[in-house]
Design a protein around this ligand. Structure first.
Ligand code: SF4
Length: 183
């Protein structure tokens, strides 16, 4: 078995969909060795960053962000649904690892986000503080590298760290230093 469990660690409010939550889980061991296998076989990979060891998967709705020692799932209904999802991810990792002899790993970086993927991680309040008329316009601007994530102040709160980390991977920008964060 690749990992024994993914424990339910904490939740945060989901800025993209009020009422839903972001669920964070901790795997029983480092999981990044399986990422090149997942990158090779899954159709819903949005980005893979082998240097940072981060794989982002699209789900409907939301995203699953896999890091070596942490997993985030956005737009989750409630804690029970989050536990079910974490268990499903554990099973996916274990089944993929069992089949590793038959999979050609894909170790190259990949980044194929759609504008709606980026939009789904933004606050969606259209407050215009970033200088764009809408959050969707900001999403396009991020993908075209005309804007930086830091220009949306709502993403500077520690509460939305998971969404921000996923955005960083999707649009390929470096993350801000710790002094940037607001409680
Ligand atoms: S700053 Fe821009 S991206 Fe952020 S919530 Fe306001 S309009 Fe949306």
């Amino acid at each position: 078995m690749f990992i024994d469990y993914i424990s339910f660690d904490h939740t945060r409010p989901c800025i993209a969909e009020p009422g839903k939550i972001v669920v964070a889980g901790k795997p029983s061991g480092a999981i990044d060795a399986v990422f090149p296998l997942l990158n090779a076989i899954l159709p819903n990979v949005i980005s893979y960053n082998p240097r940072a060891g981060v794989l982002v998967l699209r789900r409907k709705p939301g995203f699953i962000t896999l890091q070596a020692n942490e997993i985030f799932i956005t737009q989750v209904q409630d804690a029970d649904a989050g536990i079910e999802l974490l268990n499903a991810v554990r099973d996916l990792l274990n089944q993929t690892w069992e089949q590793r002899e038959t999979i050609q790993p894909r170790r190259d970086a990949r980044r194929t986000p759609r504008p709606l993927d980026v939009y789904a991680l933004l606050p969606q309040t259209n407050c215009r503080a970033c200088g764009e008329a809408t959050c969707m316009a900001f999403a396009f601007a991020l993908l075209e590298a005309r804007r930086k994530i830091d220009e949306c102040g709502a993403l500077a709160h520690t509460e939305v760290a998971a969404q921000r980390a996923t955005l960083v991977e999707m649009v390929g920008q470096y993350d801000a230093p710790s002094s940037f964060w607001r409680e």
